[in-house]
Design a protein around this ligand. Structure first.
Ligand SMILES: NC(=O)c1ccc[n+]([C@@H]2O[C@H](COP(=O)([O-])OP(=O)(O)OC[C@H]3O[C@@H](n4cnc5c(N)ncnc54)[C@H](OP(=O)(O)O)[C@@H]3O)[C@@H](O)[C@H]2O)c1
Length: 264
């Protein structure tokens, strides 16, 4: 018995879409896929952020990045992105549903509008985009090398530590559950569906904490591994999930949180 160890983690030549690739964790995912030889599309509202990341990653290679504009907060926006992609590619190997937003306020003042906005982007858009791209994903997948959907969940979807971000915590718990439901449904069609559940990573969403040294130190002290996440942490799990190494994993909620989700 033997297997191809050299290519176990290879994603070379795969076609990928990363939503929200123009910042934070989306940029970390994009860099990982490009450096591993993928043809990557990134999409969000701010085309200029996506173009800046595309320029930087294209200089690294060996893969490539194309920046697209998309507002995923509406059904029309998710449909338009799926159509745009279908006009460029005849199949899709990897979909990283990364775009997301948060909101915090005391529960008795928490605005209904921020339930609706957060749930629309963090849950409904993930479901819509996955549905609209399923024909392209199914074309790419085989029993040996299924297509991959990777959703960005969160430690706050596993443990109730989201601190006034009520709609965000509920949206991430919903994404974890949706991940398992879709994994059941699409396994037979050679598409795996997993979620990465990060703890704290530097990004626009976390800027208010990371920029304040005292708050950053306090946050790091709460993480069992005593640090925030780094690009290599995203790259390691993502490349595992998207390569031969991860082709027998579906319905997984992979903790990437320095141990936070294991705390008593
Ligand atoms: N950082 C953390 O500590 C952490 C922890 C756990 C989970 N996560 C999850 O990781 C994912 C990425 O977050 P991040 O931390 O990297 O934050 P971020 O830097 O704020 O990234 C959020 C991304 O979502 C995009 N986005 C926002 N609204 C959008 C819309 N209407 N349509 C399309 N794209 C939209 C943004 O791009 P535009 O503004 O250009 O649209 C941006 O690229 C999120 O799902 C988040 O919940 C983050």
């Amino acid at each position: 018995m033997s297997f191809d160890l050299d290519n176990l983690f290879s994603v070379e030549g795969k076609v990928a879409l990363v939503t929200g690739g123009g910042s934070g964790i989306g940029t970390m995912a994009t860099e990982a896929l490009v450096r591993a030889g993928c043809k990557v599309y990134i999409a969000s509202r701010r085309l200029e952020s996506c173009e800046a990341v595309a320029e930087e990653c294209n200089a690294m290679g060996p893969g490539s990045v194309t920046a697209l504009q998309a507002d995923l907060s509406t059904e029309e926006g998710t449909k338009a992105l799926a159509q745009d992609l279908a006009s460029r590619e005849d199949h899709l190997d990897i979909l990283v549903n990364n775009s997301g937003m948060t909101w915090g306020a005391p529960f008795d003042e928490f605005p209904r509008s921020k339930w609706d906005e957060v749930m629309a982007l963090n849950v409904s858009a993930v479901a819509d985009l996955t549905k609209n791209l399923m024909p392209l994903l199914r074309k790419g997948g085989t029993a040996d090398d299924p297509s991959r959907v990777v959703n960005l969940g969160s430690v706050v979807g596993t443990r109730p530590v989201s601190n006034q971000a009520y709609s965000y915590g509920a949206s991430k718990a919903a994404i974890h559950h949706l991940t398992r439901m879709l994994a059941n449904e699409f396994g037979a069609m050679h598409v795996t569906v997993n979620a990465i559940a990060p703890g704290p990573f530097p990004s626009r969403m976390m800027a208010h904490v990371i920029r304040d040294d005292a708050r950053k130190k306090a946050m790091e002290a709460r993480v069992p591994l005593h640090r925030v996440g780094e690009p290599e942490d995203i790259a390691g799990v993502l490349l595992m999930l998207c390569s031969r190494a991860g082709s027998y994993i579906t319905g997984g909620i992979i903790p990437l949180d320095g141990g936070l989700s294991a705390m008593p």
